[in-house]
Design a protein around this ligand. Structure first.
Ligand code: MSP
Length: 639
């Protein structure tokens, strides 16, 4: 039995997780579920990266200790585990003692190899990157090439790692193991970076307190990237009292695979192997880099206010639909853009229509013809068998390559063929004209069997829904092995429960209109970037006024919108539509004073004309209304 050790990056705890972070864990979860079905002994690790200046600053900005911030964000990650159906074996936090043991042991070994020395470190430092840049790497006006924000000059005594010594060993590694970095194009990037010359790397900080004390160097803490990378072995017990997992999955392991976003490839394909070579530990067998999710074609970032939070989507569509979309839409390795529109289109066409309708059609017919059971006759000789065989082969080949979208396409080809087969055989007519014949039995059994194979292939992608589909087509227990992709598994005369709707169709227009309403709320919440401050005149273009809510009611067919009638001191009340229904009940708003933007152009939301906008702070997408601290006449200007 092969061993398969899989890791995600460990996530920074300076903000709540967004879709981009969840993507890597979803990919990992899908892959590891597949490997389990392929018969590997697997171990899947994720966790959080909690030290360093960024976290320290983010916590102090809130007036709390870094560990309090870390605990809060970790709770979010742990909560999402259940929501998104993650099956990781361990969650490592770099603030745990077991992690410190690993870090100390690796540093002892690197020191023993003679690869550490102390020197003055000077340069332009970007704190969000925790990285020094040379003058020529900077953007215009001395800004960070990644973040575009101003860098600071830093000069301090640090511990350095002799990275330059590993230039040739790394180039040898890439030559001997061209698969070390995937996709192949990324290996070229890494190789040219190393070929252009490696400078020694500063691996400690004198000015950052929030970190692991550097062994043997008082006053220095371990540089956050050296600290973080070691999680991949400290989580397995390296440096601690019990090293069985380390020996099994790292030292003697067959596959040691790191999944990473393209932005952190250099750390994993250059620094990490160099640290390991120095410490005399085995290297990962592969580092696989994926692309970035954008939002509506723009970079997703907290400061732009356009990040997608997984919770909103999961609430509405279920975790498995989100998992499906992300894996189907992004060609693994390339960038992709998230949009509400693309999400709904895929949901409606692939899930509601292709999958949901096929299941319900074939199950309804079989139940009707065979008294609530699967057909009594199986069929081992028909056109679908060849397609199913090809599908299983294509699917497996794609999964070995981490080509998730291709694997799903293969399953959908079988679904399309099965539909075509049913259209040609017309079982709905056969029932009426000939009744429950042997022929009808075979046709419907084939339909169920094709769906069963598709659902088996879907188990790693959509664990809950695929199990439901399997139960719906008469296979009560989801199979544990990929052998179930072979033709013939649908039982005869087995109970077929009444089909439940799997993916109710979404009204795209209504959904998008709602999204616009809540986006309006969030655009007000977004802090203006430092570089684009507005003048006081620009601010006064917005007429902010106090108003009293006279009446409030839900907008029909919308779960986010409320229709408000408000008195803005104009004699006649105004109607506003606000995306606050998930946070406020209509009755608790009546009589309250709120702040509205009074001179906004009218907009129609779900058929209701809105004449203004209510202001609310947005806390992780949840609106919190603003009220004056004491009652004031309606229409009072807010400035
Ligand atoms: N803490 C480091 C990783 C240390 S690993 C030893 C870090 N953390 S991070 O929270 O900033 O990012 C974690 C992962 O999320 C990275 O792989 C990054 O590429 C990924 N993503 C963050 N935003 C993303 C998108 N918008 N799209 C896809 N992945 C993105 O880096």
């Amino acid at each position: 039995m092969s061993s398969f050790y899989l890791t995600t990056p460990i996530y920074y705890v300076n903000g709540p997780p967004h879709l981009g972070h969840m993507y890597t864990t979803i990919v990992g979860d899908t892959l590891v579920r597949y490997r389990r079905m392929a018969g590997d002994a697997t171990y899947f690790l994720t966790g959080t990266d909690e030290h360093g200046q960024n976290i320290e600053r983010a916590a102090h900005k809130e007036g709390i200790e870094p560990i309090e911030l870390a605990d809060r964000i970790v709770a979010e990650y742990v909560r999402l585990r259940g929501r998104l159906g993650f099956s990781y074996d361990d969650f490592i936090r770099t603030t745990e003692e077991r992690h410190r043991w690993g870090v100390e042991e690796i540093i002892r070994r690197i020191e023993a190899a003679g690869d550490l020395y102390t020197a003055v470190h000077e340069g332009w430092y970007c704190s969000p990157c925790e990285t020094f840049y040379t003058e020529k790497e900077l953007g215009p006006g001395k800004t960070c090439p990644v973040h575009g924000t101003p860098v600071e000059w830093k000069s301090e005594e640090n511990v350095f790692f002799r990275l330059s010594k590993y230039q040739q060993p790394l180039l040898d590694l890439y030559r001997q193991h061209p698969d070390f970095v995937r996709p192949a194009t990324r290996l070229n990037e890494v190789r040219s970076f190393v070929e252009s010359g490696l400078r020694d790397l500063s691996v400690s900080r004198a000015s950052v307190e929030w970190g692991i004390p550097f062994p043997g160097r008082p006053g220095q803490t371990v540089y956050v990237w050296l600290d973080a990378l070691i999680n991949y072995v400290s989580a397995l017990g390296f440096g601690g009292p019990s090293t069985a997992l380390y020996e099994r999955f790292w030292e003697r392991g067959d596959t040691r695979l790191h999944l990473v976003g393209k932005d952190i490839l250099r750390h994993h394909a250059v620094y990490w192997p160099a640290f390991l070579l120095s410490a005399g530990l085995p290297l990962p067998t592969r580092v696989w880099a994926h692309g970035w999710w954008h939002r509506d074609g723009r970079k997703m970032s907290k400061s732009q206010g356009n990040v997608v939070r997984p919770d909103d989507l999961v609430d509405r569509f279920g975790a498995d639909a989100v998992r499906y979309f992300l894996l189907r839409e992004m060609v693994f390795g390339q960038d992709a853009s998230f949009s509400d529109e693309a999400f709904i289109d895929r949901y409606n066409s692939d899930l509601a229509n292709d999958l949901g309708n096929t299941v319900s059609r074939v199950v309804t017919l079989a139940r009707k013809a065979f008294d609530g059971r699967t057909p009594p006759e199986r069929c081992e000789d028909n056109l679908l068998i060849a397609v199913a065989r090809q599908t299983a082969a294509d699917y497996r080949a794609a999964m070995e390559e981490l080509a998730f979208s291709r694997a799903l396409e293969a399953l959908w080809r079988l679904l399309a063929e099965a539909n075509q087969y049913l259209v040609v055989r017309e079982p709905w007519k056969l029932i009426k004209t000939e009744g429950a014949t042997e022929q009808l039995s075979r046709v419907l059994w084939n339909g169920l069997e094709a769906v069963r194979i598709v659902a088996t292939g879907l188990l790693p992608f959509m664990p809950r829904v695929a199990a439901e589909v399997l139960a719906a087509v008469g296979s009560a227990e989801p199979p544990a092995s990929l052998d179930a992709l072979a033709w013939g598994g649908t039982p005869t005369n087995a109970e077929l429960p009444e089909p439940k709707p799997l993916f109710p169709r979404i009204d795209k227009e209504a959904y998008l209109a709602e999204g616009k309403a809540s986006e309006k709320e969030t655009t007000m919440e977004t802090a203006a970037p430092e570089t684009s401050r507005i003048s006081i005149d620009q601010f006064f273009q917005a007429e902010l006024k106090v108003a009293t809510v006279l009446a409030a009611e839900p907008v029909p067919k919308s779960n986010k919108l409320l229709k408000l009638s408000v008195d803005v001191g104009e004699g006649t009340p105004r109607t506003l539509v606000a995306g606050i229904a998930l946070a406020y009940r209509p009755e608790e708003l009546v009589g309250k004073q709120v702040v509205v933007v009074a001179n906004l152009q009218p907009a129609k939301l779900m058929g209701v004309e809105s004449n203004g906008m209510v202001l609310a702070a947005s806390l992780d997408g949840k609106p919190v209304l603003l009220h004056p601290a004491a009652p004031v006449p309606n229409g009072t200007r807010v400035k």
